[in-house]
Design a protein around this ligand. Structure first.
Ligand code: COA
Length: 326
């Protein structure tokens, strides 16, 4: 059976680090509050002229280098992002140009924090259908650009970064085993960016309402996130006739330590099974999962045959999982 196998991973985060102590000087908050409620200690923030496409390009180049694959060999390039450089065209087209991936179709996927898993599913399906041999899947964000830095409810949570994987069509048992995508648009205003697109057009009048920032009702989102992450993880296990004990590494979207712990508890995962790096990067939306995957991979912690469950939740709402045999 042909599967999409991950043959290289890469990541990149901007140099600038914003600590909880830095945030104490910007809004009324404290390191203790942020650490206790979110588990986040620091996050990386893009430099003035550093854009989502720049982070994505660096992460992708690292993944290509690890895979030993040239950019021209890529025939499909997908970026999961909600903070693209422009409303359109796709940030994937900028990355395609930066890398010289001249033979690749390039497109963005907008599924908020589930963007990487949605993008992975699109690329995996294309490979399994025989329409692509090698694909680049990237999650990249500069959330710092849509954060209201005067709003302590949100500005403490998010960071910038990018992660990428190279997929290759391979015969065998290793690779993406299954992907599971879900959405519910009925409550989109619990987590969204109202403007500026075509519903709210930019004007001096419109700007007064500050629609260009991310809005969130944190405690409502919290409940839906735990429920959805648990549900889709169970769906992925069932589809593969696996039990929780079969998972070698659970890589959840790194939103918040309390969401991760509550999900892990519901799934009855042991703490050694769960990968956590939210303390160092915060919530980088579509980038959290590939960033974490690259960290474990480069640390040499993955061995052939390991079962990984990637589990995402984000605005939309969207939620998604991918079962992977390494
Ligand atoms: N520092 C200090 N106090 C803060 C604060 C901050 N940074 N942010 C909020 N508070 C205050 C609130 O104003 C509120 O004060 P009040 O009781 O006087 O009104 C109090 O802390 C409790 O607020 P609440 O929103 O109920 O806290 P919470 O326990 O729900 O924690 C979140 C807030 C945002 C950390 C939590 O809801 C959460 O993690 N939600 C999920 C967010 C998320 O991950 N979204 C992305 C999903 S992809």
């Amino acid at each position: 059976m042909i599967r999409a196998r991950i043959i290289g991973t890469g990541s990149y985060v901007p140099e600038k680090v914003l600590t909880n102590a830095d945030l104490e000087k910007m809004v009324e908050t404290s390191d203790e509050w942020i650490t206790a409620r979110t588990g986040i200690r620091e996050r990386h923030i893009a430099a003035d002229k550093e854009y989502t496409s720049d982070l994505a390009t660096k992460a992708a180049q690292n993944a290509l280098d690890m895979a030993g694959v040239k950019a021209e060999e890529i025939d499909y390039l997908v970026v999961g992002t909600i903070t693209g450089d422009y409303p359109w065209p796709a940030t994937a087209c900028i990355v395609q140009s930066n890398l010289g991936a001249v033979n690749a179709g390039a497109v963005d996927v907008s599924a908020a924090c589930s963007g990487f898993v949605y993008a992975l599913a699109a690329a995996s399906d294309r490979i399994q259908a025989g329409h692509a041999k090698k694909a680049l899947v990237i999650g990249a964000e500069t959330l710092s650009r849509i954060i209201d830095w005067e709003d302590r409810n949100t500005c403490i949570l998010f960071g910038d970064g990018a992660g990428a994987v190279v997929l290759e069509a391979q015969e065998g048992e290793a690779g993406i085993l299954s992907t599971h995508l879900h959405a519910d648009g009925t409550q989109l205003e619990l987590l969204y960016q109202p403007g500026f697109a075509t519903r709210i057009l930019p004007s001096i009048e419109a700007l007064k309402e500050r629609p260009n920032f991310l809005y969130m009702q944190g405690n409502e989102v919290f409940k839906v996130a735990v429920r959805s992450l648990t549900e889709v993880a169970n769906i992925a296990l069932k589809a593969n006739q696996m039990k929780v004990e079969d998972i070698d590494l659970f890589i959840p979207h790194q939103a918040n330590i309390r969401i991760l712990e509550a999900t892990a508890k519901r799934l009855k995962l042991r703490s050694e099974q769960v990968y956590i790096n939210v303390d160092r990067f915060g919530n980088t939306s579509g980038a959290t999962i590939p960033l974490a995957l690259d960290e474990v991979n480069r640390a040499g912690k993955l061995k052939a045959g390991d079962i990984l469950l990637l589990d995402a939740f984000g605005g939309g709402f969207t939620w998604a999982a991918a079962m992977v045999r390494w």
